[in-house]
Design a protein around this ligand. Structure first.
Ligand code: ADP
Length: 271
């Protein structure tokens, strides 16, 4: 079975995050070295896809990355998204909204960064924060965030109907693995810069985040914008699985080299 089939949240179902092993490697039997080898041809395939997407300029691809702190979003960007030509790719990170952003609806800043035809957009965090951190930290009343699942589905359906293919990844790490990664950030001077004391506050609300993620995954995995839950304790598997789902998406989109009407064989290039 393909990575996409194994990891997709079937629309209309509620995933049981506790039952999904963050250390698992569904769809792959090999070890770390084999995983690294298997990633290589996928990266080549993704690069080729991106060139055709760009040349054809008919559709766009939006990749949404969500995870708890230290979940590996940055790693996926470094190891997988880097296969794409930067010229046609834009990564947008979403932090605490600015004053101006707060004066608009929460999708305003998101829509502004949706990829145009031929482009790939990568969201490092996204509008899902507005039903995750915003819900857990009670930044708006429940009556407000409750409405957002439907609004998000409508918004994503709108993008899809206008030529944007959407794939969303939740990188699923265990509590223990998060602890190990935080520890490294504290112990390794080269990783100190990644440490933020706010991360501990978020960790203290682990169960609330699991509930909020479960609802987002259950309510917003749709045919046009599916969620994929990627076991992410093993970095090599995480990268392989994300690349695998993207490669399957790329095959399905299958952008074509544009066919030029003009008779190119008649063109003479002067000496
Ligand atoms: P990252 O942790 O992704 O590497 P930052 O350190 O800039 O990036 O953290 C971004 C922070 O912004 C996170 O704590 C996240 O929860 C917060 N954030 C993102 N979107 C929102 C939002 N809509 N409302 C409140 N906080 C948000």
């Amino acid at each position: 079975m393909s990575f996409a089939d194994l990891l997709r949240v079937t629309p209309g179902t509620t995933p049981d995050l506790e039952a999904i092993d963050p250390d698992g490697t569904p769809g792959f039997d090999g070890d770390k070295d084999a995983g690294h080898e298997a990633l290589k041809p996928l990266r080549v395939e993704l690069a080729d896809f991106q060139e055709r997407l760009w040349a054809e300029s008919r559709e766009s691809l939006l990749i949404v990355l969500q995870a708890l702190d230290a979940g590996g979003k940055d790693g996926v960007i470094r190891k997988v998204v880097s296969a794409f030509n930067p010229q046609g790719t834009r990564v947008t990170g979403y932090g605490v909204p600015t004053e101006e952003e707060l004066r608009h609806d929460y999708l305003w800043r998101i829509h502004a960064n949706a990829p145009g035809h031929g482009r790939i957009g990568v969201f490092n965090r996204s509008h899902y924060e507005d039903v995750l951190v915003v819900r857990v930290n009670e930044l708006v009343p429940e009556s407000v965030w409750r409405q957002r699942y439907d609004q998000i589905n409508d918004f994503e359906a709108h993008l899809a109907a206008n030529g944007t293919r959407i794939v969303k990844f939740y990188l699923h790490i265990s509590r223990d693995e998060q602890r190990r990664r935080f520890r490294k950030r504290l112990d390794n001077p080269e990783k100190n810069w990644k440490w933020s004391s706010g991360d501990l506050e978020t960790r203290s609300k682990w169960d609330d985040f699991q509930s909020a993620y479960t609802d987002a995954l259950a309510r917003c995995s749709t045919d046009v914008a599916p969620w994929f839950i990627v076991p992410a304790d093993r970095k090599w598997y995480r990268d392989l699985a994300v690349a695998g789902v993207l490669a399957e998406t790329a095959r399905d989109m299958n952008p074509r080299w544009p066919v030029i009407d003009e008779d190119l064989s008649a063109i003479v290039i002067p000496e």
